[in-house]
Design a protein. Structure first.
Length: 254
């Protein structure tokens, strides 16, 4: 096994996945997320870095474990022809690619954390906001790249472009919905300057991710949350739809 096989898989990558291949891809995802996760929490405290190095792989593991049966059923029902093990390998490969991208950026993000104002400095709040935005952009870039990679895998195996796209969107919807809530439960990841370092918040199950996001958008836009949310969705959907269309044009049919 090699990273090149993961980044540029052959057309038989998903055929009869062996336990060794699944384990190697899972280990790659764990390593990349753990390395990057340490740099995410390191700015607040090295202990927070160690916590996040555990929580980022745990987030992916919980999402796939809880959605594993659903992902396999959707792969069959939507006509990709993928079984449960093939669906697991496809999704693991996507997460592993994102982890490789993020892990390769870890020296840069560690340098960013090392040179940012300390959490006790006067400009800590501004540094935290900048740090948060920078990591959000990097994670978003890795996630979009990985999902386009996942779509190429599906496009090779599915009998029709519609089946590949429908499966991708169904998987993203289910995993995204559950993963976002798990990320809320497992918070903190970045660590607020004024709060103590801890593995989980005192009441991790209180509230939910979507309520927090909606509240933030509504406050930022002065009560115009619905138009702002619509604009955000359009900005996200447009480029993704264009990339999917390009994938269908350049991916050979089975």
């Amino acid at each position: 096994m090699s990273l090149r096989q993961l980044i540029q898989p052959t057309t038989d990558w998903l055929d009869a996945p062996s336990p060794r291949r699944v384990a190697w891809v899972a280990a790659t995802a764990f390593a990349g997320l753990a390395i990057y996760g340490f740099t995410v929490g390191y700015w607040r405290d090295p202990l927070m870095g160690a916590y996040v190095a555990v929580k980022m792989p745990l987030l992916v593991a919980l999402t796939l474990a809880c959605n594993g049966l659903l992902n396999g059923l959707l792969g069959l029902l939507l006509g990709t022809g993928l079984g449960f093990r093939q669906s697991l390998l496809a999704l693991l490969s996507s997460f592993a690619l994102a982890a490789v991208i993020l892990g390769s950026l870890a020296p840069v993000t560690l340098f960013l954390a090392w040179n940012a104002p300390t959490p006790s400095a006067p400009g800590a709040q501004q540094a935290h906001a900048t740090y948060l935005v920078a990591h959000t952009v990097l994670i978003g870039f890795a996630g979009i790249t990985a999902n386009l990679h996942l779509h190429r895998l599906l496009a090779v195996k599915a009998p029709t472009p519609a089946a590949a796209t429908a499966t991708l969107l169904a998987w993203l919807g289910g995993n995204g919905f559950l993963g976002a809530q798990f990320s809320w439960i497992l918070r903190p990841f970045f660590g607020m300057p004024g709060l103590k370092v801890e593995f989980l918040r005192e009441h991790p199950l209180r509230g939910n991710f979507y309520e927090a996001v909606w509240s933030s958008i509504n406050k930022m836009t002065g009560g115009h949350g619905i138009p702002a949310l619509a604009i955000i969705l359009v900005l996200l959907i447009g480029p993704i739809a264009h990339a999917i269309q390009l994938n269908h044009k350049i991916t050979p049919r089975p």
